[in-house]
Design a protein around this ligand. Structure first.
Ligand SMILES: [Zn+2]
Ligand SMILES: [Zn+2]
Length: 343
């Protein structure tokens, strides 16, 4: 990839002509960040560039570092390269990064989903010559049911639990998924409690203008007060903390994730229910997004990269795997840990 606009280096994807990295996994001088999940936004770099709505989320990850912003659709030239951000629909402020140099355009997707919902800017297809796509759910078995169906299922589960005197504990990643659940659920069904790791992100979403229902901190007092009626939203790691669950009394546990497509995944989590709700594109969504770019060359990363690249090659694309240091589930788990499990 010598003449390429982006190269893979030990620190991550590097643009030699612009002298910057995209989502680097080691500290660098200049990092362009697609979104604030831990596998994309690593601390330690000197300067960061991201979207205005993504910046407060990123700032929580990177502490005192300089965070600069570039609004969606505006252009910025760094050395020889013009860059712009375009919504990725993954979480608040999440971006695809478009790079252009001498008439050649590359787009790095970051994580993305095609479904629209009100906690983030809707995904926008961007034309380019080279598209670097994620492939977290890059297997044909991953097909998302309509969101409305999933929310109806979650509400039914919550209501049934109430009838049986059970607290409903729903595990979801603290950043992105938790806010999407809050925005989509019928909050009139009962009190909603959230784990301490979810609270700061709720505040940041509200500051950005995303309306979310009233929530209570899932502390000892609120847990006792709302036992048997509440919906509790917590990161997956909370369930592993000894004693954490006890304060809610008898409960039913569920997990909201694309991984819940697979029965074994639910068993591994030892939860009662799994709801298939993902902030990534499913198999059909990935292919739709790839086609919409009009790109002739596809880099596949972050997930089932080799399977997806092989499929694309057989279908006549020029596709290659771009290895990543972290992938899918393990990393998203880590995300929850990094978000903190302190209450
Ligand atoms: Zn992500
Ligand atoms: Zn990711």
């Amino acid at each position: 990839m010598t003449e390429d606009l982006l190269q893979l280096t030990p620190s991550g994807l590097y643009c030699p002509a612009g002298d910057f990295y995209i989502d680097p996994w080691l500290p660098v001088a200049r990092a362009i960040i697609t979104h604030a999940h831990a596998d994309h936004a690593r601390p330690g770099s000197r300067r960061y560039l991201t979207t205005p709505t993504g910046a407060p989320l990123l700032a929580r990850r990177v502490g005192d570092a300089v965070v600069q912003t570039l609004p969606f659709g505006e252009r910025l030239t760094i050395n020889d390269v013009t860059i712009s951000f375009h919504p990725a629909g993954h979480l608040l402020g999440s971006a695809q990064v478009r790079l252009e140099r001498r008439g050649e355009a590359w787009v790095v997707s970051g994580d993305y989903k095609l479904e629209c919902e009100r906690t983030c800017e809707p995904f926008e297809p961007v034309r380019c010559h080279v598209f670097i796509t994620e492939s977290t759910f890059g297997l044909p078995i991953y097909r998302w049911p309509p969101q409305a169906e999933v929310f109806a299922e979650i509400e039914r589960w919550w209501r049934t639990n109430q009838e049986n005197g059970l607290t409903s504990v729903l595990y979801a990643y603290a950043l992105g998924k938790a806010q999407r659940l809050l925005a989509g659920i019928d909050a009139s069904l009962g009190p909603i409690l959230v784990h301490g790791a979810v609270l700061p992100f709720i505040q940041l979403y509200r500051s950005a203008g995303v309306e979310l229902p009233k929530v209570f901190h899932a502390d000892e007092m609120n847990a006792r007060l709302h036992r048997g009626r509440a919906l509790v939203i917590a990161p997956p790691s909370a369930g592993h903390m000894p004693g954490w669950l006890r304060k809610f009394g008898p409960c039913s546990q569920a997990f909201a994730s694309g991984w819940m497509t697979i029965r074994g995944a639910r068993r591994r989590r030892a939860v009662d229910r799994g709801f298939v709700l993902s902030d990534h594109a499913d198999w059909a969504g990935l292919l739709e997004a790839i086609r919409a770019t009009g790109a002739e060359r596809i880099g596949v990363t972050h997930g089932y990269a080799s399977q997806m690249a092989r499929f694309l090659q057989e279908d006549g694309w020029r596709a290659e795997v771009i290895p990543t240091r972290f992938t899918g589930e393990a990393l998203e788990e880590m995300d929850a840990v990094v978000d903190g499990t302190v209450e």
